[in-house]
Design a protein around this ligand. Sequence first.
Ligand code: AHR
Length: 493
Amino acid sequence: MDTVIVNADYDGKQISRDIYGHFSEHLGRCIYGGFWVGKNSDIPNINGYRKDVVEAFKEIDIPNLRWPGGCFADEYHWRDGVGACETRKRMINTHWGGVLEDNSFGTDEFFGLCEILGCKPYVNGNVGSGSVQEMSEWVEYITFGGESPISKLREKNGHKEPWKLPFFCVGNENWGCGGNMKPEYYADLYRRYQTYVRQYGATKIFKIACGPNTSDWNWTDVLMKEAGNFMDGLSLHHYTIEPDWSNKHTATGFDEKGWYIALKNASFMETLIRRHDEIMSKYDPEKRVALVVDEWGMWHAVEPETNPGFLYQQNTIRDALVAGITLNIFNNHCDRVRVANIAQAVNVLQSPVLTEGDKMIKTPTWYVFHMYKSHMDATHLTSSVASNEIGMDNARIISLTSSASYKRDVYTVTLTNASLRENKQVCVKLSGLSQKIKSAEATVLTADSMNSCNTFAQPDSVVEKKGTVKITSENEVEVTLPAMSVLQLTMTK
Ligand code: AHR
């Protein structure tokens, strides 16, 4: 039997709910057809926002939403997207699919969306092709409550009161699509641009600098050394991309090796966080600056017959395992990782939600976010796993991963079993627990085959179900973890 030991008497840091954030770019059908259908649509909507999509994200307590990109952010000029809709600029989204961008979804619509979702807005500014003045005035438009030409413009557009801006990132992927910069150059630009991200309202703007692409350790070192004192967070982007991507493996079309390679690549997040944290700690041992993993997830070849620039992909139990493994890693590093955003929310890359016309489905990834909700703002507990190594050739991983937390007398342990065939009986021990476990419940997400997914014809093939759990002693329970599964265990004392 495998074992998971949870240190119930460990007083850990709080797991920030913002680790469970989402990302919405003007890319494919994420905004248009995803969150936004417009007020005149036949698809049920609340002032233009898709009702079913909004409800799905409210159900998982979405804590924050990042917008407008991504690469789109460094080509976005906010003034194009405010004012009367008919007069807004129509242009081509050159980065993503060459389609018409009519700017009908802009700043006012984004803040309205966050209001109905009940989540914090996370805005990504433009450094690549935007000016300091433009960025500064955008922040003024959003947050300035006094009288100025810019706040008057907001009032004219129907919003007398300013909004809160809890998160703001100064540029996106400035080492790549955001300007192909060198870290020294970007560090200087960051220092300059962030100076004019003024603090007008009472809500502190958490300023995020563009961080490294996966294992670019030098970028982190230079940014921390040159600009660490001017930032609250440093971003990190890491996608799980199959090395044989050239074979055009889609989300559903892969073999056993593709299963293990993907899960191994997702597990690399552990190494990335440890190493970037080590570098950041040279300059910031107190961990004041957060690591903000604001783009992560699976990146497959697009679904056949869809626009290659739209990055539309299906989502299987393999994606659910990637989500479960990654979120366990974030929870276990909650002292440094305090914001994260899966890419992306709707119809793009590893989406929790997919839409087609007036239909919407929840993907296996959505269920993982649903099951992990109880970790939000809970106290982290350390845990260790004793399990076997599985996989093939150079894609070998430990079968189980775990993370644990505690909130209001409830212990939550989330587990993943990456084995394709082996069901596991797992003994979970709450070490150091002073009272008896009174009750225990498990919820499990699994599937019949490795490429099982939910479709518009069969939306409920992969859904969470009640799991099997037995209290075996004062501080131990036994759970059954099927092959290819993610499990949430809650115990009450
Ligand atoms: O999420 C898709 C793209 O991936 C984003 O626009 C960009 O930041 C990253 O390269």
